[in-house]
Each structure stands twice: as structure tokens, then as C-alpha cells.
Ligand binder design. Structure first.
Ligand code: FAD
Length: 420
């Protein structure tokens, strides 16, 4: 236990509360950081702008490498669909599929998922304050101060900026570029379509346990169709600089799906959003402060996947802060260990994703179609999604597992020859 009780003072009507750590933002990154700290006895305040549950534009696909951080703490009601595979529907109509017998992720409703994570942090001892936007953050020699819209002040030894892609913490501290720099962030549009369970299955060709990704050849990078219980989550995304015609591009993508599925799709509400990015090329720590999740830009540059990276970076931040609280240190040079942990864990994933995105859809077509024929590819996809290996470990894994694949390869080759 390294905790001590929060203090409350009053200065001219405004309250000043003191904690060991303040976490700004109760999304996946902030709630995991708050939980990890609170469950080890640290006094943590978790400040959230909105009352929970709050809405969040998101496909809601959470890869297993994120879920497993919860250590089995995931109530069944939060699982819309268990996911066992990925299907890439390419512009030329081919649809290579990778599926596994092992769970690779889930789809969920983000409002409910994040609400649960916030309550979990609260149960562990975090002081959750809802409906409280932080407006500014200031670092002083012996503390960091978060100022709220009401003029109240939350002081702490460390602060975690987990306030998403438009992070006020990051802007206050001048850490990352403003959100309007469209060269460094993604932009997209998404909507839920309440089609009912039978049509969810129909749209997934009977397999409502597969995420459908639609790589695009124009300015839009990709689209997606994610199965929920009664809904389809549908969206498009791309580099911010290219996404000038969001609404017509989105409607065009949905029209294409209507033709493919053979039924009409009526969106509940179209939502525009920014996606974080470029996280490993910018500064995410400064004295007493750490950015996590989207605030730090930890989003896969090809697919926009960010939840698992948010959860993992929240945990890394908590580990580094716990260590510094025990040792009584605070300087930026010590907090940089967080940046190193994230670089080690995420850089090969992000680099590979960026490289694959630059190669375009014809490359995706040839590689994915060939790879989908191999059992080994499906196994590697599952290992990646489950966090058992990173992208940089793919070559070694292939070499290790290839001997068991050779009999299948020979059988397929013979079969192809006999057929032709
Ligand atoms: C449309 C869309 C679809 C996506 N689909 C997927 C997907 O299917 N799978 C996936 O893995 N990733 C997906 N992502 C990315 C994913 O949503 C993010 O990477 C993830 O939410 C990041 O979590 P976070 O905790 O860092 O930030 P957030 O989830 O954005 O949480 C930030 C929190 O901070 C709060 N906050 C903001 N400002 C303040 C303030 N000033 N004071 C206090 N609180 C504040 C917000 O209200 C919010 O609760 C998608 C993103 C979008 C936009």
C-alpha cells in the first residue's frame, strides 16, 4: 500500500482537492490506469467530462489483447458478439478470411463497456467524479494542478492525460499537435444500423462472429461492418487530409453494402469523429504528466484500432507511476520509462500497419488471398489479436511453425494440380 487520504481545502469558495494521482478522462485508457493504481492503494481521482454512461462513436471491436487485461473481469452482458475471425472484402470482390477456433476479441457497446470500466475503477477505490470537464493543467515544482470548468482545483503528484483525441491535457502542456493538424490524425464517419438479429447474420454470410474490413482504393482508407447483437456497426475512415467528402463517401459505402447484402440500411445517427495517431513520434510525457490512449496517439495507423492500445498504455502508465511513488521520484527522465515501454510494445505493430497501409489494396489483395489459404496465417492472426506475439515476431513464428504446415501445403498443391 502506498496510498494516503485526499485532502480538501477551500480557497474563496472554490475547492482544492489533493490526491497522489489525478486521471483525466474515463475511457478505456483512464479507467485502466485508475483501476491499476487504486487497487494498489494509491489515492486516485478519475475526472470525467460527461455523466456516465456517455456516448462514444466507435466500432466497438475490442481485441483479446485488450480484454485479457481485465483478467476475466468482463460481464457477459457487455459482449455483443464473440469474435473468431477477420474477413477482408477487397474492391475486386475477393474476400479472404482468417478465422480461428480461439477467441480473438469481442464487439461491445462502448457506452456500456466504458461505464463498466469506470465503476470497476471506482470499486477498486478510485474517486470517480462525473460531469466535470478539466479546462487546464499546470505543472508546479512540487505538484500538478488540474483546473475544472467550475474553478475547482485537483492537485496531485502525478497526472495521467486520458482525455482522448482532443486532449485538453496535451494542449495545456503543449505536448502534442493541435487536433486540427489533419496530416497527423484520422477522420471518419460511422453509424449504427438496427437491422435485427437475422439480418446481422445475413450481412455476415451466416458468420456473425467475424469482423468485416473493406480496404478501399480511393481517398477513404477502409470501411468496416462489425456485427452486434441486433445492430451492424458500419463506418469509414482515412487520413484527415483526404477526408473532405465524408458524408457522400459514407453514403456511397453504405449503398454498396445495400447491394451486397440485398436489404436497405437506415442509419440511426451518422457521427463524424477524429482518430488519434502518430503516437510514437511525439512526446507523451513531461514532468509529472503522462498521456495515454488516444491522447497519446496510440492508434493503429491502418485500421484505427485503439481500445487495446489505450488499455495497455493505461496499465504501463500506472506501473511507472507506482514505481516512482515508491521511490519518491517525479522528474521527466524517470517518467520516460513509460515512453520506452510503449515503444517496445507498440512500435512494430504501428510500423507494420503503416507500411501495409502505404502498399495499397492491390498488395493487400495478393498477400491476403495467398495467406488466407494457410492454416498458419489464421493461427498467426489469432496470436497477434490475442497479444501472444507482436508483428516483429511473425517471421520467427512462421519459421518455428512451418514444419507443421508443410503437409497441408503439399496436399493443397497436389489438389490444385489434380483439379487443373
Ligand atoms: C468511430 C470510431 C470507431 C472506432 N472503432 C474502434 C474499434 O472498433 N476498435 C478499437 O479498438 N478502436 C476503435 N476506435 C478507436 C477507439 O475508440 C479509441 O482508440 C479509444 O476510445 C481510446 O480510448 P481512450 O480512453 O484513450 O479515449 P476515449 O475513449 O476517447 O476516452 C476519453 C475520455 O475522456 C473524456 N474527456 C475528454 N475531455 C475531457 C476533459 N476535458 N475533462 C475530463 N474528461 C474528458 C471523454 O469524455 C472520454 O470519456 C474507434 C474510434 C472511432 C472514433
Amino acid at each position: 500500500m502506498v496510498g494516503k487520504s485526499p485532502l480538501r481545502r477551500y480557497q474563496g469558495g472554490q475547492s482544492v482537492e489533493m490526491y497522489q494521482v489525478v486521471v483525466v478522462g474515463a475511457g478505456p485508457s483512464g479507467t485502466i490506469a485508475a483501476y491499476e493504481l487504486a487497487s494498489r492503494g494509491v489515492d486516485v481521482a478519475l475526472l470525467e467530462k460527461y455523466r456516465l454512461p456517455r456516448d462514444k462513436p466507435c466500432g466497438g471491436a475490442v481485441m483479446y489483447r485488450g480484454i485479457h487485461i481485465l483478467g476475466g473481469d468482463l460481464p457477459r452482458r457487455l459482449v455483443e458478439r464473440e469474435i473468431y475471425g477477420l474477413r477482408f472484402v477487397l474492391p475486386n470482390g475477393s474476400a479472404p478470411e482468417f478465422s480461428s477456433e480461439r477467441l480473438i476479441g469481442i464487439t461491445t457497446n462502448r457506452a456500456a463497456f466504458d461505464h463498466y470500466l469506470a465503476r470497476r475503477a471506482e470499486r477498486a477505490g478510485a474517486h470517480l467524479v462525473e460531469g466535470l470537464p478539466v479546462e487546464d493543467v499546470m505543472i508546479e515544482s512540487d505538484r500538478v494542478c488540474a483546473l475544472t470548468e467550475d474553478g475547482d482545483e485537483y492537485q496531485s503528484e502525478f497526472l495521467v492525460g486520458a482525455d482522448g483525441v482532443n486532449s485538453v491535457v496535451s494542449r495545456s502542456l503543449g505536448l502534442r499537435p493541435q487536433r486540427k493538424d489533419l496530416t497527423r490524425i484520422g477522420l471518419g464517419m460511422e453509424a449504427d444500423f438496427a437491422v435485427g438479429e437475422p439480418r446481422v447474420k445475413e450481412a455476415c454470410d451466416g458468420r456473425a462472429d467475424i469482423l468485416q474490413i473493406y480496404p478501399q482504393s480511393g481517398k477513404v482508407s477502409y470501411g468496416w461492418v462489425f456485427p452486434k447483437q441486433e445492430h451492424l456497426g458500419i463506418g469509414i475512415a482515412g487520413a484527415g487530409v483526404h477526408m473532405k467528402r465524408l458524408r457522400p463517401d459514407f453514403d456511397g459505402f453504405v449503398e454498396g453494402l445495400e447491394q451486397r447484402f440485398g436489404f436497405e440500411l437506415t442509419p440511426e445517427k451518422r457521427r463524424t469523429y477524429f482518430l488519434g495517431g502518430d503516437g510514437l513520434n511525439s512526446k507523451n510525457v513531461t514532468d509529472r504528466c503522462i498521456l495515454v490512449g488516444d491522447a497519446a496517439g496510440f492508434v493503429d495507423p491502418m485500421m484505427g484500432e485503439g481500445i487495446a492500445y489505450a488499455m495497455r498504455s493505461g496499465r504501463f502508465a500506472a506501473e511507472v507511476i507506482l514505481d516512482l511513488l515508491r521511490k519518491g521520484r517525479s522528474a521527466e527522465q524517470h517518467l520516460r520509462r513509460y515512453q520506452e515501454k510503449c515503444r517496445k510494445a507498440f512500435s512494430s505493430d504501428f510500423e507494420m500497419a503503416r507500411w501495409a497501409a502505404l502498399k495499397g489494396t492491390s498488395f493487400a489483395d495478393s498477400v491476403l488471398r495467398q495467406a488466407a489459404k494457410l492454416n498458419l496465417s489464421c493461427e498467426i492472426m489469432a496470436m497477434l489479436a490475442r497479444g501472444e506475439i507482436g508483428y516483429s515476431e511473425i517471421p520467427a513464428t512462421v519459421l518455428r511453425k512451418l514444419p507443421t504446415e508443410i503437409p497441408h501445403l503439399i496436399r493443397d498443391l497436389v489438389y490444385d494440380r489434380v483439379r487443373s
